[in-house]
Design a protein around this ligand. Structure first.
Ligand SMILES: NC(=O)c1ccc[n+]([C@@H]2O[C@H](COP(=O)([O-])OP(=O)(O)OC[C@H]3O[C@@H](n4cnc5c(N)ncnc54)[C@H](OP(=O)(O)O)[C@@H]3O)[C@@H](O)[C@H]2O)c1
Length: 297
């Protein structure tokens, strides 16, 4: 299919582009040409700012995958330009959309965060990350109806991605694995390549609605054990609230965020690889000389 990717050159988006090229889709990238400009040299590229997406009026596509929609203003502008120019609009959203952080087992239809009165649609702050994703999903539904999907993920692991990168680094370099969260902290993640395949699948098949694209809930300790099992002589585990990764509250007030119900995504076609495979590949990627990127915030 003719596929437009908004973004596509940084952490997760590059896996989407790789998956699309592997499946012989005709890909067009839209970005500023700032991040990894040398990636995918043979792919058609439209250069521009999300705030000024007029260049997108020059084409038509069967589907778009939006990886760079953070600001409501930007998603509104691209939706206006693309309304009659694309078939399916798949939007990369986040698990940060949910109003509750403590309720276990939330499906996609659990209550979402409200939009704060008077908040700016054109200015990004971390406080507005979740509400902006909610508002973007809702404006896309209003514009595209059943021709849009919203994919909600949290931690994303895999080559080029920062999450759990410190564990990959520790295992590759035989330094202690660190975690500030408690060992019983519930946690969910998804491998970037599984997520990319799912984003593509939804777009190709035109599947609508929101999806919790997350893996099964494990405890941090269980997950650490499965990561440690991929090297013959694993380094020690340092569970301390003072280390610099995984600062999740010890009182359980963020536990629901990582106990989401992923049934709808699995039914729609999300395929999840084993934790050990994700860990082994991340360690191999570091051992090949790569450095995990810093966490985004
Ligand atoms: N753990 C996670 O990583 C995680 C979890 C949940 C959701 N998400 C969502 O995943 C998406 C980000 O993933 P990613 O960073 O890996 O995506 P990506 O598509 O690999 O990278 C971001 C892309 O956006 C482009 N871009 C940035 N600012 C732009 C602007 N002002 N105008 C036009 N293009 C712009 C960048 O290229 P240029 O710099 O060249 O413009 C780059 O290609 C976001 O929607 C995020 O909310 C991520």
């Amino acid at each position: 299919m003719k596929l437009l990717v908004l973004g596509g050159t940084k952490n997760l988006g590059r896996h989407v582009v790789e998956a699309a090229l592997r499946d012989d889709h005709e890909v067009t990238l839209f970005n500023r040409g700032v991040t990894n400009p040398g990636l995918f040299p043979s792919v058609r590229r439209l250069t521009g700012e999300r705030a000024d997406p007029g260049v997108l009026a020059a084409g038509e596509w069967d589907g778009v995958i939006d990886m760079s929609g953070f600001l409501v203003r930007d998603v509104r502008l691209s939706a206006e330009v693309l309304r009659d120019r694309v078939g399916h609009y798949t939007y990369m959203s986040s698990i940060a959309v949910y109003a509750s952080k403590i309720t276990p087992g939330m499906t996609e239809f659990a209550p979402l965060l409200p939009w704060p009165d008077g908040a700016p649609e054109d200015h990004f702050t971390m406080d507005l990350y979740g509400p902006s994703k909610v508002r973007c999903e809702s404006l896309l539904s209003a514009t595209f109806g059943d021709r849009t999907a919203a994919v909600r993920s949290g931690f994303v692991v895999g080559p080029y991605n920062p999450d759990f990168g410190n564990w990959g680094w520790a295992l590759a370099h035989d330094t202690p694995m660190e975690c500030a969260a408690r060992p019983t902290q519930p946690i969910q993640y998804v491998d970037a390549r599984d997520l990319a395949a799912f984003l593509l699948h939804l777009t190709v098949c035109g599947l609508p609605g929101p999806f919790n694209a997350v893996g099964p809930t494990r405890t941090m300790a269980d997950l650490a054990d499965s990561w440690r099992s991929v090297v013959p002589d694993p380094p020690p585990m340092n569970w301390s609230p003072t280390v610099d990764r995984f600062h999740l509250p010890h009182d359980g007030t963020n536990d629901g965020t990582f106990q989401l119900d992923n049934t709808r995504a699995l039914t729609a076609g999300l395929r999840l690889r084993a934790n050990e495979e994700a860990a082994r590949d991340y360690v191999a990627w570091v051992q090949a000389g790569n450095t995990p990127p810093p966490p985004p915030h």
